[in-house]
Structure formats: structure tokens, C-alpha cells
Ligand binder design. Structure first.
Ligand code: SAH
Length: 340
């Protein structure tokens, strides 16, 4: 099997080139062709000798995804189903905001977390994506749309902190000014609450944003929605979040999907205020999106606004997330992996 050249950071690529008897600066040129110029084949690397291009072709693949399907929402959101070249397919979403284009990437093929309201769950977990497979989602979308993506969220299929090393490596490659040059401040990681990894992330000293999928304020309710809460309960989660804030001095974004008659009454809002009082944070309220066979329905607009206002009136900054792409099942929790 050929190695995926997008799995290598620049230093590692230089080492590979030295092993091939090539000068390290050649690795820098090739890195640029891959990540900045975003070519689809080694033959397009015109300042590289034919001999080296042939060598690379023999050793490496550029891991160019096939687009199996592309859907476009009324609101401009685009959802891709990519063939990741091993018989599996994943979804990636491109969203338009005033401040630029934002991409929602998958970190795994399937998900182990089992959240009851999420479509990515309930389907078999296959494996984690490699750094190069994460990055290729960005490059494939940039090639297809001929755009530059400015922001990235790890909110597609999978639990990014369950694929910690590969996600960190992907972020560092994305950051490289000689490549895609996307600053860590433009990258968000969302987690269902893998507590030990939140501590690791806090110690990592990178500038990305952390989002925590909270969704409930008591262990009883949260465990019923999110099995991960049985392993790491709310108290442990909050302790880790406080450590993260103290260590990084960065605001955490708490995601709270509002499901009718489940977690959307005033009592829940009161509990949420108690839980988050005094923390450097922001609450992102998500009107829960319907999934196939899902038991949950969206809160009424009236309830959503009431919930938001209660938080804001009580010192917790809360906003309602705009729903993008729900008409093409591209909204939060609607992504699934597929077999080819
Ligand atoms: N595994 C990570 C990232 C993927 S989910 C995590 O759990 O955070 C991205 C966000 O969408 C999470 O906040 C998740 O809880 C939320 N989500 C999942 N299903 C949803 C649904 N049906 N409606 C609204 N949000 C949902």
C-alpha cells in the first residue's frame, strides 16, 4: 500500500526525502504543491524533476477523494459525500457565513459515543481518519468550489478527542504557513466530553476553540442522552472545563441542543445557569435537528427564545445557532457514514 503523503508534516516529509536521497528543500516545494496549490497529481508539480515525480508516484498517494454526491441547500450550504478510497464514505459540509467559508469535517468513520439524538451514532464504527484524510476534506472542497476555506470545525462524524493524535497532527499541518495556513484560532474542536483528553488539550498550548456538547444539566438526564456521561459525569466534566479555562484563558463554548419536553424547560435553564455561573464561557443553543427514527423533536421557537433570554438575563451569554443545511440533512447531528 502506498503511503498517504498528506499524513506527513513538513519535518517528516523532509526526512522522507532525505531517505530517498533528495534535498530537504525539495520536500518544502512538494509540501507547497500539495497543501497550498492543491494539485491532484504529482505530474502537475512542474518545478520538480520528472525523476523525483516518478519516485514520489511509486512511494506515495495524494489521497484524492472522489465526490460520490454533492447536495446544495437553499441556504447555500453544501454537503459532500466523499469516497475515502477504502470502501467507506464520509460526509463533509461547507457553510457560508458573512466572515467567510467554514468547513465541518469528520474525524472518524462512524462514532463510538452513542448519543441518542445523533445520526452519526447507531451505525457501526469503522476506524479513525488519519491526519491526511482529515486534511483532504478541506483540500477536496477547496478544489471543487475553487474557494479558500477560512474556518474549520470538528463537528462532523466522529468524536475528535477519541482520535486525539491524528486530530492534533492535522491541525498543525493545517496551520503551516507554507501550506494551507489556517490559524488555530480559526479551528474549533467539539467533544461529547472525553475528560482525560480535555486535560491533554488544555496542556497542548494551541489556540483552537473548544466546544463541549453538554445538552443536559443533571447526570440522570445527560446519561440518558449521552452514554459518555456514565464514564465521565457532569462534575468531572466541569472540573476539566475549569482547568482548561484556567490553563488557556480561553472561552469554552457549551452546546445545548433543545429537545421538546426533554431538556428545554425553565428548570433546565435555571440548572444551566447554576452550572456555568462565573465560567468564561458562551452557550450555543441548537434547535435539535430531526434524524431518521429519532424520538426527539425541536423545541418551539417560543421556548427556545425563552430559554435563551433566561440565560442572558442571568449572566450567561447565549445565542441560538443558525440552522444551516437541514433541508439536505447537513445540519448538526445529521451526518452519517456510508458503505459504498
Ligand atoms: N462528537 C463531537 C462532535 C460531533 S457532533 C461532539 O459530540 O461534540 C457536533 C455537534 O452536533 C455536537 O454538539 C452534537 O451534540 C450536536 N448534535 C448531534 N446531534 C444533533 C441533533 N440531532 N440536533 C442538533 N445537534 C446535534
Amino acid at each position: 500500500m502506498k503511503k498517504n503523503i498528506k499524513d506527513y508534516n513538513l519535518d517528516e516529509l523532509k526526512e522522507e526525502f532525505i531517505k530517498l536521497g533528495e534535498k530537504p528543500y525539495r520536500a518544502e516545494q512538494v509540501f507547497k504543491w500539495i497543501h497550498e496549490i492543491n494539485v491532484k497529481s504529482f505530474s502537475e508539480m512542474t518545478n520538480i524533476s520528472l525523476e523525483l515525480r516518478e519516485k514520489l508516484e511509486k512511494e506515495f498517494t495524494l489521497c484524492i477523494y472522489n465526490i460520490i454526491r454533492k447536495q446544495e441547500s437553499k441556504d447555500g450550504t453544501k454537503k459532500y459525500l466523499f469516497d475515502v478510497l477504502d470502501g467507506n464514505a464520509i460526509e463533509t459540509v461547507l457553510m457560508e457565513y458573512k466572515h467567510g467559508k467554514s468547513i465541518c469535517v469528520s474525524s472518524q468513520i462512524g462514532c463510538k459515543m452513542g448519543c441518542k439524538f445523533c445520526a452519526s451514532t447507531g451505525i457501526e464504527f469503522v476506524r479513525s481518519l488519519t491526519p491526511g484524510e482529515i486534511i483532504e476534506q478541506v483540500l477536496a472542497v477547496q478544489r471543487d468550489e475553487n474557494v479558500k476555506v477560512s474556518n474549520l470545525v470538528f463537528m462532523g462524524i466522529g468524536e475528535p478527542l477519541d482520535n486525539y493524535d491524528n486530530v492534533m497532527k492535522a491541525i498543525k499541518i493545517l496551520n503551516n504557513p507554507k501550506g494551507i495556513n489556517m490559524g488555530a484560532r480559526h479551528i474549533s474542536i467539539s467533544t461529547s466530553g472525553l475528560v482525560p483528553k480535555i486535560y491533554d488539550l488544555a496542556d497542548e498550548n494551541i489556540q483552537c476553540t473548544l466546544s463541549i456538547s453538554l445538552h443536559a444539566t443533571t447526570d440522570e438526564k445527560r446519561s440518558a442522552l449521552m452514554p459518555v456521561n456514565n464514564a465521565y459525569n457532569i462534575e468531572e466534566l466541569m472540573k476539566a472545563c475549569k482547568y482548561y479555562i484556567e490553563k488557556t484563558n480561553k472561552r469554552i463554548s457549551f452546546e445545548y441542543a433543545l429537545a421538546k419536553d426533554n431538556n428545554d424547560n425553565l428548570e433546565d435553564a435555571k440548572q444551566l445557569v447554576k452550572l456555568l455561573k462565573g465560567m468564561l464561557c458562551h452557550v450555543n443553543l441548537i434547535p435539535i435537528n430531526k434524524i431518521e427514527n429519532g424520538k426527539f423533536t425541536k423545541s418551539t421557537n417560543e421556548n427556545i427564545l425563552k430559554f435563551r433570554d433566561y440565560l442572558n438575563d442571568n449572566g450567561i451569554v447565549a445565542t441560538v445557532r443558525r440552522e444551516l443545511g437541514s433541508d439536505i440533512d447537513a445540519a448538526c447531528g445529521q451526518l452519517r457514514r456510508k458503505n459504498l
